[in-house]
Design a binder for this molecule. Structure first.
Ligand code: CTP
Length: 216
């Protein structure tokens, strides 16, 4: 048990944005990093609520799991838990856009040569945590980047008012999305905390340590 167990909220996985009752817009996130973080946080003695998008993963022992599908549902689940948490780690790969007007019935292809979908932006959950949601605890974001990793991540950390940001270089083969391995640089407001590559579960322990150990 740590001296003071924290109440931790973690978002994980993709979101699925409905086009019609059988189709959606999604992305390749497996949820493995967020689930590894939930497991590592429980192992460190913290109390964990895991807001999970549609993924095919078992719930880590001791974790309170809330399943959601869309970005709007994830936003609602985060905001309804916000008043009771000390530490928020937003690891989900939330869809940035959602269909403006999802069809109520399955869209038929007959008679259509082209198909145009109108998309509207989803709410940025991480970017809403301080304002308008009023979260005052420790805020950790994730960033998947393919270039200028540190510069893009530092910019994201400040823009979204985070205390820490874990930056993944998704251009590295066998790493990141869907993989059991990852390559992470953890940044604080003071600069780099560590850079490491390896199994997501091992990196999760290092990230939980890095964000719960007071910065000097
Ligand atoms: N995020 C979120 N809600 C969204 C989109 C992103 O909470 N609707 C969170 C992710 O969980 C992650 C971080 O924001 O912690 C990733 O941000 P990203 O989408 O990469 O940032 P952007 O500012 O949209 O930058 P980019 O231009 O790289 O897409």
């Amino acid at each position: 048990m740590p001296a003071s167990p924290l109440r931790v909220l973690i978002t994980a996985g993709p979101t699925h944005e409905a086009i019609d009752p059988v189709r959606f817009i999604g992305n390749r996130s497996s949820g493995k990093m967020g689930f590894a973080l939930a497991d590592a946080a429980v192992a460190a003695g913290h109390e964990v609520t895991l807001i999970a998008g549609p993924v095919n993963l078992p719930t880590p022992a001791g974790v309170h799991r809330v399943n959601v599908t869309s970005a709007a549902e994830m936003y609602a689940a985060v905001s309804s838990n916000i008043s009771t948490i000390d530490l928020a780690i937003l690891c989900a790969a939330v869809a940035d856009f959602t269909p403006a007007d999802p069809a109520q019935q399955k869209i038929k292809k007959s008679g259509q040569d082209t198909m145009t979908l109108q998309l509207v932006p989803t709410q940025d959950i991480l970017g809403s945590m301080r304002e308008p949601l009023g979260f005052t605890g420790t805020l950790v974001g994730f960033a998947a980047e393919t270039e200028n990793l540190i510069a893009n991540a530092q910019d994201k950390l400040l823009r979204k008012s985070c205390d820490f940001l874990a930056a993944n270089d998704v251009s590295i083969p066998n790493s990141g999305f869907e993989s059991d391995n990852n390559s992470v640089t953890l940044l604080s407001r003071n600069g780099e905390v560590f850079t490491a590559s390896g199994a997501k579960r091992e990196l999760a322990t290092r990230i939980i340590d890095g964000i719960t150990t007071p910065q000097t």
